[in-house]
Design a protein around this ligand. Structure first.
Ligand code: SF4
Length: 260
């Protein structure tokens, strides 16, 4: 039974952009939901640490991480996801090395700042019965400028191509646009950043870099969002065969859900 969508998130938009048919399988038919893995459990636990650390520098980050990580791993086991024990063990020691870099990296990039919000929810109206839904990891304010920060866990880091990838950076473009709309703030007073939490890097384990989004880029991101909503509402689900085997490949490739 397909559900009628009343909101769209950036993750949804990203999947729709990859392949509209995949969007239908994942979000409308929910035929085979991705249950997560060690990497998503690690990401959730690290986000939990970051959220707490920015509001309480004395927070017991090890305990926060271990409790959340264990909770996530248990959930995966309950969902019959097979776990790689060696990877889980190495993730624990990698996290340990990362914690001490989180606050110093924020301090180094922004010096003095105030925390405006953590995990701030967005539910902004796009049109009748359709909202943009999102969660902004961290908003800080320095002087009269707001800084939106999105934590990303990764292995060694991102190369230049990934850092400037249109679709990747549209996340911050849209967060900036809807945060400005929600609070009635001039977008020129908002800057956006990704903060990479790098598991396997030898140094610079937390890297914060700025992503710019001007009027044209914002207009393009909104056009893409609008196009996706139009197609979803009108049940136009074209198969993008170019996405079947690119990157890590599509989980539905040559399955009963999407045969050639
Ligand atoms: S297998 Fe290819 S066409 Fe089918 S959902 Fe995945 S990306 Fe789309």
């Amino acid at each position: 039974m397909e559900k009628i969508r009343k909101h769209i998130s950036f993750s949804e938009l990203k999947i729709w952009n990859e392949c509209p048919y995949k969007h239908k399988l994942v979000y409308l038919e929910k035929v085979k939901e991705f249950k997560g893995n060690e990497h998503t459990a690690f990401g959730t636990a690290m986000h939990h640490v970051c959220e707490n650390l920015v509001v309480n520098s004395k927070a017991d980050y090890k305990n926060l991480f271990n409790t959340k990580f264990l909770e996530e791993l248990r959930e995966l086991k309950n969902n019959n996801v097979e776990l790689n024990r060696d990877l889980v063990t190495s993730m624990r020691s990698q996290a340990d090395k990362m914690f001490k870099h989180i606050l110093p990296s924020l301090k180094k990039t922004f010096n003095e700042f105030e925390v405006v919000s953590v995990e701030e929810g967005l539910m902004e109206e796009l049109k009748k019965d359709m909202h943009f839904k999102g969660f902004i990891d961290l908003v800080i304010k320095k002087g009269d400028t707001y800084h939106i920060i999105d934590w990303k866990t990764c292995s060694w880091g991102w190369d230049t191509k990934r850092k400037s990838d249109r679709m990747t950076t549209y996340q911050l473009t849209l967060y900036k646009h809807f945060f400005a709309k929600k609070h009635n703030i001039n977008p020129s007073k908002i800057e956006t950043h990704f903060a990479l939490l790098k598991r396997t890097a030898k140094k610079n384990n937390v890297e914060i870099f700025r992503v710019t989004s001007g009027a044209k880029k914002t207009e393009n991101a909104l056009k893409l969002l609008d196009k996706s909503i139009y197609n979803i509402k009108n049940r136009i689900f074209i198969k993008n065969r170019l996405a079947c085997t690119s990157g890590y490949g599509c989980e539905f490739f040559n399955t009963e859900f999407c045969k050639r």
